[in-house]
Design a protein around this ligand. Structure first.
Ligand code: C5P
Length: 242
């Protein structure tokens, strides 16, 4: 496997985003465009990331009635994104509608079928909130494992999961189910607001196929060096010398 890094393009300017893509495109797998960048610039930012040579992970976490999510997924396919997210709490029928729509749209637009990831329980939700505020009967670990299983049954390719959740998801969903893990911090990086972090290597050992990393790279004085240090930790050779 090549690089496992997904770079979170959490910046407020398109110029900065594209500059990161140009610098890092050979050393990271995908660039995550989230709600901030997308709401500011719309689809044009996706096209520009692609034109600069980057693959796009569109992280808009779709959650709506099945028809609406299916139509949004269709547009994401038309844009040629490589990965996208939906909420598992939209239910099995919503997830199935997303999977079918992506399949159909990929044929229609002659695009590679993007990977669909489900978000189970947001990591900002605690066990106490889940039970007492949202009135969910299950413990958070069981809820995460259940939603991952439901996503897999609906044909979704994988989940976004915190480092601690990966082990139980691997157990519940097997080896071929993709796990993408944020909240990852190399030893040398600041934790920022992330509470429960693992190093990239620990996250991969816990089951992550990809790690999502933002500030340790984009706030580093030398983002390419930061990415290469992480790749080295994960046993990936640099694509070119420097
Ligand atoms: O800068 P940092 O490495 O903390 O960025 C992590 C990225 O992953 C951010 O875009 C954040 O929104 C996202 N993310 C997260 N925790 C989750 C889901 C997504 O940090 N549970």
């Amino acid at each position: 496997m090549g690089t496992r890094i997904i770079l979170a393009l959490d910046v407020d300017s398109k110029t900065r985003a594209i500059s990161h893509v140009l610098t890092l495109k050979n050393d990271v797998a995908l660039f995550k465009v989230g709600k901030q960048l997308f709401t500011r610039y719309g689809p044009s930012v996706i096209r520009q990331v692609q034109q600069a040579g980057g693959k796009v992970f569109l992280d808009l976490k779709f959650h709506d009635i099945p028809n609406t999510v299916a139509l949004a997924c269709r547009e994401a396919v038309r844009l040629g994104v490589n990965m996208l997210t939906i909420h598992a709490t939209g239910g099995g029928s919503m997830m199935k509608a997303a999977v079918e729509s992506v399949q159909k749209a990929s044929c229609e637009f002659k695009k590679r079928r993007p990977v669909i990831l489900a978000v189970t329980v947001l990591t900002s939700i605690s066990n106490d909130m889940l039970k007492n505020e949202l009135r969910c009967g299950l413990d958070i670990q069981d809820q995460v494992a259940w939603l991952a299983h439901l996503a897999q049954k609906a044909g979704v390719d994988g989940v976004v999961a915190s480092p601690e959740e990966s082990v139980l998801i691997r157990k519940a969903c097997g080896e071929s189910f993709m796990i993408v893990t944020p909240g990852v911090r190399p030893e040398w990086a600041d934790k920022h607001d992330q509470k429960r972090v693992m190093t990239p290597l620990e996250a991969v050992k816990a089951g992550a196929d990809y790690v999502v990393i933002g500030r340790p790279v984009i706030s580093h004085s030398d983002p390419l060096l930061a990415v290469r240090m992480i790749n080295k930790e994960l046993g990936v050779k640099s694509n070119c010398g420097r």
